[in-house]
Design a protein around this ligand. Structure first.
Ligand code: AMP
Length: 249
């Protein structure tokens, strides 16, 4: 079984996001970039499947600029076998990303695509679902346990108020949630080995995908600044403030 794992290059989750002064987006110049955390979880899951003898090959795909190759190298250092860079300088929307993934799936014929539940930069939570729809495949979103058994996958999903376990027939798209696993750190020998693993290059145009955006970002703004709190002397003062200042009781 081949497993395809999309890995997105995003602003590192530790970086404090700065909005551009003209409100057109966020500052990405001279900012540390890393693999989307949910994609690290997907790679870890796929590599564990390979180690368990369930998967034969793990392919990491990134759609982005030349530097997205570094993100693919990280996936290769974690244990993926080869990479595909779909090179573009445009910021592709989830639908265009899903179309690229569909084109690659048609070519590579994986039995499983493990997509992150969301990218931490756009928070869209759309790509996995759209990819499944375009392929006409089953989908199991927000996975916290995935067990592949023959032609099926049993997936435990994180739903409101608990867990739901479903069975989907393969090929399928699974989206990974935070508790699926704890991704490994790549060891130095594996980082060195990853340099020799192959990365193919293609482009949205080669895959027949139109990059034209369908959404227009009107404005991006920082969240409102938090106002300082105040200490109250006693319960009576608290109740008074809640009644007369905040007017919530
Ligand atoms: P989103 O729907 O944008 O929240 O993204 C969900 C998931 O789709 C991510 O965690 C990635 O697995 C995948 N994805 C989205 N955009 C890209 C991209 N440009 N390159 C690779 N994978 C992507």
């Amino acid at each position: 079984m081949k497993v395809l794992v999309p890995v997105k290059r995003v602003i590192d989750y530790n970086v404090k996001i700065r909005v551009k002064p003209d409100g057109s987006g966020v500052e990405t110049q001279n900012v540390k970039m890393s693999m989307n955390p949910f994609d690290e979880i997907s790679i870890e899951e796929a590599v564990r499947m390979k180690e368990a003898g369930v998967a034969e090959e793990v392919i990491a795909v990134s759609i982005g600029p030349q530097q997205a190759q570094e993100t693919i190298r990280t996936a290769l250092a974690m244990g993926a076998d080869r990479g595909i860079l779909v090179k573009t300088d445009a910021n592709l929307e989830p639908l265009a990303v899903a179309k690229c993934l569909k084109a690659l799936a048609d070519k590579e014929q994986p039995q499983l695509i493990i997509v992150g539940k969301q990218a931490i930069d756009d928070d869209s939570n759309q790509t996995g679902q759209m990819t499944a729809a375009l392929l006409g495949w089953a989908q199991a979103t927000f996975a916290s346990v995935v067990k592949v058994d023959g032609g099926n996958a049993q997936v435990t999903r994180e739903v409101d108020g608990g867990l739901e376990t479903i069975t989907v027939t393969l090929p399928a798209v699974v989206t990974s949630d935070l508790r699926l696993n704890e991704p490994r750190y790549a060891s130095l020998p594996n980082i060195m080995k990853a340099k020799k693993k192959p990365i193919d290059e293609t482009s949205p145009a080669d895959l027949g995908v139109d990059e034209t955006p369908r959404l227009e970002v009107l404005t991006v703004a920082e969240p409102p600044k938090r106002e300082g709190g105040a200490k109250v002397e006693d319960v009576a003062q608290l109740v008074d403030k809640l009644m007369n200042e905040a007017k919530v009781i």
